[in-house]
Write a protein that binds this ligand. Structure first.
Ligand code: AMP
Ligand code: ZN
Length: 135
């Protein structure tokens, strides 16, 4: 399998590494939404959050929290987005799990809009119940 994030996370391709441990590497994004945009990448291949073990998922988000604080301190940004895309429809372009940490400035023009889906309260509650049963 030819996966760029496997190669980066395992050091086969050089990267600007912010943090590394036995399971993860945190790098700067090559095409950042803002200066300071970082990615938390597991060393073991998992295409998305469904494939990542619960243990590594928990570790990934703890690292993301620490990196978010460092990004905030270093960039002196006004806010931070922590994002994780699963599937092409959700904006995933690299099919190896990663968490984005994106510093946000009042003056930036980063577009992260959820729009507004029109749904009545019964449909919202019914889908909530369906999700509950799917857990
Ligand atoms: P996503 O759209 O959630 O799959 O995010 C993929 C991210 O990986 C994008 O923000 C890209 O800019 C970034 N990216 C792709 N290739 C590289 C690379 N070689 N080094 C660093 N970041 C990369
Ligand atoms: Zn991979």
């Amino acid at each position: 399998m030819d996966c760029i994030f496997c190669k980066i996370a395992n050091g086969e391709i050089p990267s600007t590494t912010i943090y590394e441990d036995g399971d993860f590497r945190v790098i700067t994004d090559i095409n950042p939404a803002n200066l300071g945009h970082c990615l938390v990448i597991p060393k073991a291949h998992a295409a998305n959050v469904y494939e990542l073990s619960e243990e590594l998922t928990a570790k990934a988000f703890v690292i993301a929290k620490k990196v978010a604080a460092a990004v905030k301190k270093a960039t002196e940004c006004d806010g931070v987005n922590i994002l994780q895309n699963n599937g092409e429809t959700a904006g995933q372009t690299v099919f190896h799990f990663h968490i984005h940490i994106i510093p946000r400035l009042k003056s930036d023009d980063v577009k992260l809009s959820f729009g507004s889906f029109k749904a009545d309260s019964e449909s919202i509650a019914a889908m909530g119940e369906k999700i509950k049963k799917s857990l």
